[in-house]
Design a protein around this ligand. Sequence first.
Ligand code: FAD
Length: 379
Amino acid sequence: MEWDVIIVGGGPAGLAAAKYSSKLGLKTLLFEAHSDIRAWKPCGEGVSKETFQTAGIEPKQGIVSNELNMRVYSPSGKYVEIPLHGYAINKDMFLQEMAKEALKAGAEFRVAERVERVLKEGHKVVGVRTAKGEEFKAKVVIGADGYNSVVAKSAGLDNSTELIPVYQYRMVGVDLDSYNTGRIYVGSMAPGGYAWIFPKGEDIANVGIGVRPGAPKVYLDKFIKNRPELFKNAKIMGAGGAAVPIGGLAKEYIGNGVILLGDAAGMVIPFTGAGIHSSIAAGKVVSEVIKEAIEKGDLSAESLSEFNKRYEPWIKRINDSLKAMRVFERIGDNELNQLAEVLDYEDVINLANGINLRKVAMKLMKHPVLAARVAKALL
Ligand SMILES: Cc1cc2nc3c(=O)[nH]c(=O)nc-3n(C[C@H](O)[C@H](O)[C@H](O)COP(=O)(O)OP(=O)(O)OC[C@H]3O[C@@H](n4cnc5c(N)ncnc54)[C@H](O)[C@@H]3O)c2cc1C
């Protein structure tokens, strides 16, 4: 039996691809190495409201832990308040809701089955082989198997991009003035990255950090120790580390009969490290591209490259956010403090998401110090 699509990985990217492919009538099989669909990797669990629209699921209570505005703190402690109206989600439930919809639409899942490598005929990927030694044929294989993608390696795709190591605690008893406010801290306490506190309810929060270079756990422990007012009653309930691809799109993510999505392809907004929405959007777009490629009978890399045209708005956001991140990683605490005086919340959103960089740059051009260091680099 030949499947239309085999998807490796049951994270946001793979589940979105499974849902939308099966809705389009494609015979879809998804492999997940773990025994269940869950958020096995640590995650801040902060998403925009639009993420639900793209995923096509309702922001029901349970899937949503609470609504989130955001504050971005400069090293001096001054913050920009962002009325973002995002959500802190329960990622386990979010993923399971997407899985339910994919299964109801006709997709088949094989959980607790790790894919070992892709199968090739000449230069074309034609299926996968599992760690149990079984082989499955497909017209297209989607590698949604994260930044350590075995699909990329075995298909011969160079999916390298810069990774940032991150570490996160789930903490109980964090003393926050509002559990509807997520907090982001930038500056030398998190070199090349940032620290975050995303509340998940009245007395529970995800508290994490990403740093370049260095050991994120060491920086996270220091961050917590230096804020006794927030953490004096807090205890650690869970802990974990991972990496986030923040170097922009991978060098290669499309081959003959194969395409990588999500973290496997560097489809993460570099400045924020947020990859849930962009991964889901990629899963949706790729389903339409594959459907048309199958109808044309052409699953070559060239034909699948239609993905790049349809995913262009996200590619631009990723590229522009990377550009902004590269500027900001070179500036010190003093300049960050000055920026906090000048920027309003719309500027901060634009910078983080790689939107309207020119507008932000023009505003900074009027500042005596920031004009040369930041504004010109953004232009
Ligand atoms: C600490 C941390 C905090 C984060 N916070 C946020 C946040 O607040 N908001 C946000 O938007 N993003 C956040 N991110 C990023 C986000 O989690 C990822 O970008 C997103 O999960 C990527 O989805 P994905 O489907 O590409 O990959 P993953 O979520 O990595 O899913 C890959 C799946 O593939 C499976 N798999 C891997 N190999 C195989 C194999 N060989 N065979 C079968 N299955 C396999 C894995 O078990 C996993 O289920 C965070 C990341 C980290 C590490």
